[in-house]
Design a protein around this ligand. Structure first.
Ligand SMILES: Cc1cc2nc3c(=O)[nH]c(=O)nc-3n(C[C@H](O)[C@H](O)[C@H](O)COP(=O)(O)OP(=O)(O)OC[C@H]3O[C@@H](n4cnc5c(N)ncnc54)[C@H](O)[C@@H]3O)c2cc1C
Length: 375
């Protein structure tokens, strides 16, 4: 039976980045993903915020034009609140390109990627895989998304507080718009969250997300309803792609690691409970995960795993978890109308600008100094 140091389950951004960092430390790393190609089944809009773009090296050619304008609409769509930043705040990435790049970087570091392979559970170090022979893994990294099977297999915490999102993506006639992020607070189509159009002059993403229990008509139907009269939506200038998936918004999970493995990315609940942004945490948290996993594999000292502490990370999200609860409570158009009216005031605009243009996407995680490299 094949043996590896680390099996990473999931070749999303969190899994590929963690795999690369562990392979760079000299470990034998295998990544398994149930998808047959990384260019299909994309589950994200791909908006990267300024802080991520500043801190991580994403190839420029994979990023769309910068977005500085945000328009917030109430359910009536009347008198929206416009906010402009002096800085480039967002760039929408070509996500298939980003995954291909992350895969190349992981492979260049020595990791192997097995596609069409599903994790089906593990016992005493032997991992059962559908689509491939079982492997013996010293450590398993669960990067398998919001509904992580690895988390269950390892007996770690699982996400219970999920939004569901869906969007349409299509090219637009190039250069015809000022890149703008339109956000609509309308509980009829996006209960507890937002509907959005982001058009950077190259591509438009039109989406809705909300609590599934309040989306009785179904997320696809609500998306169609929203898309039919979405503000700022340009006519498609090419094929329309569909994306969607669950978004964990209950905050970072408490129990993230055990001697058999750990969780990263959506599997760890590492998504901002307020903005639902999860791409920055994928990169930031993977660095801590790879450092801690590397130290543990080198030393065998289980105390090292305490540094991967969900409770400590979660504590830094208190304010955002509170705002999430308030956001979740916006279930009637009248309340949403009043909430946007509050954002028209000076204090409201300042608060909105802090959330939309601030630096607080995911707390910077102090990375402990690694132990000496594996021999
Ligand atoms: C509609 C939508 C829009 C979003 N837009 C943004 C945005 O613009 N900006 C932002 O910051 N965040 C956004 N998010 C959140 C963000 O996309 C996620 O937080 C992030 O992509 C999570 O990455 P990940 O690597 O943890 O998980 P994923 O990207 O979900 O990767 C998990 C991988 O695991 C694989 N897998 C699952 N189960 C198994 C198994 N049993 N065996 C093998 N493989 C398995 C899956 O095939 C998948 O490839 C959005 C989310 C949604 C749903």
């Amino acid at each position: 039976m094949r043996s590896v140091d680390v099996l990473v389950v999931g070749a999303g951004l969190a899994g590929l980045h963690t795999a690369r960092l562990l392979a760079e430390q000299g470990f034998d790393v295998l990544v398994a993903d149930r998808r047959r190609t990384l260019s299909t089944g994309v589950r994200t809009t791909g908006i990267f915020v300024r802080r991520t773009l500043d801190d991580f090296d994403l190839p420029d050619h994979l990023l769309g034009p910068a977005v500085r304008e945000v328009v917030l609409y109430p359910p009536s769509r009347r008198a929206p609140v416009r906010l402009s930043s002096e800085r480039d705040e967002y760039r929408v990435a070509d996500m298939p390109g980003v995954y291909a790049h992350a895969r190349r970087m992981a492979e260049a570091a020595g990791a192997r990627i097995a596609l069409g392979v599903r994790y089906a559970g593990s016992a005493t170090g032997v991992v059962r895989l559908e689509g491939a022979d079982p492997v013996v893994a010293r450590f398993v990294v669960g990067a398998d998304g919001a509904r992580s099977t690895v988390a269950r297999g390892l007996g770690l915490d699982v996400n219970r507080h999920l939004l569901i999102g869906a969007e349409l993506v299509h090219p637009t006639a190039s250069g015809t718009t000022v890149p703008t992020f339109h956000c609509v607070l309308d509980p009829r189509v996006a209960p507890g969250y937002l509907a959005w159009v982001i058009d950077d002059g190259r591509n438009a993403h039109v989406g809705v997300a909300g609590y599934p229990d309040a989306m009785r008509a179904g997320v696809r139907h609500l998306l169609e309803e929203f898309a039919a009269r979405a503000p700022g939506r340009a006519t498609p200038a090419g094929p329309v792609e569909r994306r969607g998936g669950p978004i964990p918004v209950g905050g970072v999970l408490r129990r993230l690691a055990c001697p058999a493995g750990l969780l990263v990315g959506d599997a760890a609940g590492a998504v901002s409970p307020l903005t639902a942004g999860g791409l920055d945490p994928c990169l930031r948290m993977s660095e801590l995960a790879a450092t801690v996993a590397g130290d543990y594999l080198r030393t065998g000292d289980q105390r090292v795993l305490r540094r991967y502490d969900g409770k400590a990370l979660r504590a830094r999200f208190r304010g955002r978890l509170l705002l999430r609860r308030l956001f979740a409570g916006v279930r009637s158009p009248a309340v949403a109308e009043a909430a946007v009216a509050a954002l028209r005031t000076r204090a409201g605009r300042a608060a909105a600008a802090r959330i939309l243009f601030g630096d607080g996407s995911f707390p910077t995680v102090p990375i402990p100094d690694p132990e000496p490299r594996a021999s």
